[in-house]
Design a binder for this molecule. Sequence first.
Ligand code: FES
Ligand SMILES: [Fe+2]
Length: 396
Amino acid sequence: MVSQAENDLLTLVGAGQPAGELLRRYWMPVAIAAELTDEEPTKFVRLLGEDLVLFRDKSGRIGLLGDRCSHRGASLCYGRVEERGISCAYHGWLYDTEGNILETPPERNDAITRSVKQKAYPIRKFLGMYWAYLGPLPTPEIPKYDVWVRKDGQRKIVIHPRLDCNWLQAMENSVDPAHLQILHQELIGQGVKPVSTTRGFTDDVKSFDFEVVSYGIIKHREYINGKTDEHPLIFPNILRQGAATQIRTPVDDTHTNHWHVVFTPTPDGSTVDENEDDIPIEYVEPYKNPPDKRHPEARFRMNAVIGQDHMAWETQGPIADRTTEHLSYSDRGIHLYRKLVREQIERVQQGLDPMNFMRDPNHEMIDTNLYGEAQGVKGDRHPAGLYTAEKQPVKV
Ligand code: FES
Ligand SMILES: [Fe+2]
């Protein structure tokens, strides 16, 4: 267990909070690019506890501004997009994508246009999504993780329901290999029932271990039949599973968006001419009913692996109370990940770049499949539906 102060340090995402400042060093997906249309050119975005509006002006520029107008606070979500930016619907103050105030109707108040600036953040388009960066300038690069930039296959974006809990619960699950054979036992048995529902398929596993690597943590699992699997955690908020990456984007302290980038390599390694505007998008049905309630008012459906995970993460509470937990030996990956988060928070506090903060736009592609095993689990009891590109040859 940890103290309340330690729990706050690891979980809270607002500006000025230790974890919040760490997370502000990374680009985060905030919207599907195709969601901004001529008919609906604005979209409300909450990221890291900040209320923002994403918009496309009539010159095609994309902006991400503070949602509340600098004049008297009306939402810019209802603003009218124009050639030069977005005009607040209430009194018409006009902002460009940099947050400069261009007009202050009905008068022209130069004192205000010179001294006041609307909060504005950089936006990039990548993989058919808009990504935001809320940290200090200059902006870093979006890391070239292999499954995001490889040319020998196609990607799909899968939007899972928003999680009504803190981001760290989902990430701790990524270094928690013990839960797979128990939580998901009904879905991984391929018709075989475990002898004991308490132990599930745990006894198929000989051992698991963890290794800190340059981009995060690799967890290895070895089965008694000699087969192995591994799921790299890409620091700070991504799980790679098979060739898919699961990105957990903190909305605020108690909500997290869950984006999957699913990469399917070509069987023969041939190159695919992928157009990022044509990447298919899939929206997953809610995992709970009613979808806008928390436990215990909501009931989760347990017929999907990720649905089971959502149940486990959300029922730990909006922010898991780690002052009352009892970690065991099998939780050592969680201990390791928390240590890594703490270390990287300290680096930021010392003015250093944290892990996976990329400055060089021409950096080499990052191999997140160091041991060639992440492509698909090789155990006999393959978790059905968990992996999208099982047992495909890996070419990096
Ligand atoms: S509140 Fe936006 S222009 Fe007045
Ligand atoms: Fe799981």
